[in-house]
Design a protein around this ligand. Structure first.
Ligand code: ATP
Ligand code: MG
Length: 647
């Protein structure tokens, strides 16, 4: 990418930020040269009950794999997110809750958060939950979701949050996998004006979960639900019978904090296990630097707490930093397409962090819904979840941010616990579409298919050479899968499963999942690049590209294209798009087949599931694999019916 598309650091930002560009290089170098010294110092950013004397004990050798951080220290994560702030912040707002209905919102101070979490912890204890037990949380985006997570952390129970949009089957699978005896849910959820039958889904799921002894039910809508006497407990009734104080449990740094299942974009979800000390150090530190968090900022991450982004950057990172974090129950297009920006204006949000899927959906509706709002409070924008196409990046920057808010494109995974590659607002010149540079202590390497490290400007499989404190420690109940998935492909490295390109400036460009790389006549290509070219066409709203078996080229390029609202799918347009991609990238990238797709198969977290599209493109639509995390299975049938490769 030429320098013309570099967006320089704003001088005012560099001055006020925690770190400027020179500061970044100095600190990064120190973090890599002396990780022990670096993390010994930064581990102190949280409160330890017993301070650690050992910092790091790591081996990425598959025959002797271990990852331990701050091993002999003890702490309590909830006390770090609440109690330690009370002296100074008892009356400061910890959580701003914005309801699905714009007329509903609530401010929860740190003092109130303390009481709520203590009560929740005591309710769980009354249900027999003990240190080390697993608690499944299946809640909508209401403050009780954060209370329940922190309550588990307070008593040393391990939470497993299951996204409220998941089906009874998906819920049951996750309850059984981690053997929870208690489930926390609500009568119903509310999203986009529609009710979500969470309790009914739980009842259905529990037919397959004989191990569950009690269900704690939070009243959200007051809708009618079935009740199992002896098993179901109303949260508000139980909470009124327990004390409002609960001493935090002293936990070892490596005691588990939570299990969270990955999105399932590439296969069946993995039960990612995170532990306490390192995770909290890493999420609080990345939250401070990547979002350049300062005292008084209003910070909003639009993710659901059912995803890792919600764990690390709605709950743990911000609260560990004593921040004010906004939690939104609703959806971007309810009551109308301006909702995000209305919420920004209403609560004077300074930092806004969302996903490319949301940005592309908003783009489809044009600038007007954005432009009619004020958004003057915004200072920083963020993106996570998928590669953000330069086209969408620039729209976000120009239309939402009025060209004054830097965008942090944060690359990370459920497995990494926190952000690994991202710009820092005062320290990194931006390039639309690039996640830019590694965070402190993170050592990305690109390797070829034999695992040889590639130097300089190049492209390859993205690995991480050494551990960082937020790294996952195992796949719950299946340590071998952990070793096989992440440490056996390229020996000595953590393998991310993603491909990346590194440019002359050392910037990283995520090219998509390695499984999605296409090889056309010997040329390897990331799907992200072809998709970005298609999305750059004014008539294209969204595109997904996969390879399919091709007699001559080895693989052909198959593109699924969703058109902008009101555009007609014609043969002429198909030809135009092929020409367009040829011009943007080169003849080698011209799509062989273009299928008009009214919708694309996405995970519940909004990621395109290319593995399903690969199957359809290969005409193998009868063996689609695990589709339990699909948001709208109906989309798939339409794509199968209209498939282009009927060879
Ligand atoms: P599964 O591992 O079950 O297939 P998943 O990989 O979608 O699911 P997550 O952990 O939610 O589960 O997603 C992490 C992945 O999302 C990354 O590996 C990467 O492919 C993609 N991703 C996240 N953020 C970015 C980003 N800023 N740029 C590019 N890709 C991103
Ligand atoms: Mg993954």
């Amino acid at each position: 990418m030429s320098d013309a598309s570099v967006i320089p650091i704003r001088e005012d930002r560099a001055k006020s930020a925690w770190i400027d560009e020179k500061g970044y290089f100095d600190l990064y170098e120190r973090s890599i040269k002396d990780p022990d010294g670096f993390w010994a110092e930064h581990g102190k950013r949280i409160d330890w009950i017993k301070p650690y004397s050992k910092v790091k004990d790591i081996s990425f050798d598959r025959n002797n794999l271990h990852i331990r951080w701050f091993e002999d220290g003890t702490l309590n994560v909830a006390a770090n997110c609440i109690d330690r702030h009370l002296a100074k912040r008892r009356d400061q707002v910890a959580i701003i809750w914005e309801g699905d209905d714009p007329s509903e919102h609530k401010n929860i101070t740190y003092g109130q958060l303390h009481e709520e979490v203590c009560r929740f912890a005591n309710v769980l204890k009354a249900q027999g939950v003990k240190k080390g037990d697993r608690v499944t949380i299946y809640l909508p985006m209401i403050p009780e979701a954060a209370y329940a997570m922190l309550a588990c952390a307070r008593i040393g129970a391990i939470h497993s949050v299951v996204f409220g949009g998941f089906s009874p089957d998906a819920l049951a699978g996750r309850i059984v996998d981690c053997d929870s005896t208690v489930v926390v849910t609500s009568d119903e959820g509310l999203r986009g004006g529609r009710k979500v039958p969470l309790k009914a889904n739980t009842d259905e799921a529990l037919k397959k979960c004989p191990g569950v002894k009690s269900v704690v039910v939070v009243k959200r809508t007051g809708g009618k639900i079935d009740w199992a006497d002896g098993r179901d407990v109303w949260y508000h009734e139980a909470a009124s019978k327990v004390p409002a104080d609960c001493p935090p449990e002293e936990m070892k740094a490596e005691d588990p904090l939570f299990i969270l299942y990955t999105s399932g974009s590439t296969g069946s979800p993995k039960g990612v296990l995170h532990t306490s000390g390192g995770y909290l150090v890493y999420t609080s530190m990345t939250h401070q630097y990547v979002f350049d968090y300062h005292e008084g900022d209003i910070y909003w991450c639009t993710a659901d707490v059912g995803w890792v982004t919600g764990h690390s950057y709605i709950v743990y990172g911000p609260l560990a930093n004593g921040a004010t974090t906004l939690m939104f129950e609703g959806v971007p297009n309810y009551p109308d397409g301006s909702r995000f920006w209305q919420v920004v204006d209403k609560h004077k949000v300074n930092t806004f962090y969302t996903a490319p899927t949301a940005i592309r959906a908003l783009m489809r509706d044009g600038e007007e819904p954005v432009k009619k709002t004020n958004r003057k409070s915004l200072r920083l924008l963020g993106s996570v979840g998928e590669p953000i196409n330069p086209e969408a990046w620039l729209w976000y920057y120009r239309v939402v941010g009025d060209e004054k808010s830097p965008i942090v494109d944060t690359w990370w995974q459920t497995e990494t616990g926190g952000i690994l590659i991202s710009p820092l607002p005062g320290a990194t010149p931006l390039k639309p579409g690039s996640a830019t540079r590694p965070f402190f202590g993170v050592l990305p390497v690109l390797v070829d298919h034999e695992g040889n490290e590639l130097k300089g400007a190049t492209e390859g499989n993205l690995c991480i050479a050494d551990s960082w404190p937020g790294q996952m420690r195992t796949v719950y109940g299946d340590h071998q899968r952990f070793i096989d998935t992440y440490f056996s492909t390229f020996l000595g490295y953590y393998f991310t499963g993603d491909g990346a390109r590194r440019d002359e400036d050392g910037y990283y460009w995520i090219t998509g999942r390695v499984d999605d790389v296409i090889n056309v006549s010997g040329h390897r290509m990331g799907t992200a690049e072809v998709e970005s070219a298609l999305v750059a066409h004014p008539k294209v709203a969204e595109a997904a590209v996969v390879g399919y078996p091709h007699d001559i080229k080895g693989q052909g390029i198959y593109a699924y294209v969703t058109l902008t609202a009101g555009e007609e799918p014609t043969e002429a347009l198909r030809k135009e798009l092929v020409q367009w991609v040829r011009k943007e990238i080169g003849p080698i990238a011209s799509p062989d087949l273009i299928q008009w797709a009214p919708g694309l198969p996405k995970t519940r977290s909004g990621k395109i599931m290319r593995r399903i599209l690969r199957k359809i493109a290969a005409n193998e639509y009868d063996a689609l694999g695990d589709t339990s995390t699909l948001a709208d299975p109906g989309v798939v049938n339409d794509l199968i019916e209209n498939r282009m490769n009927r060879a």
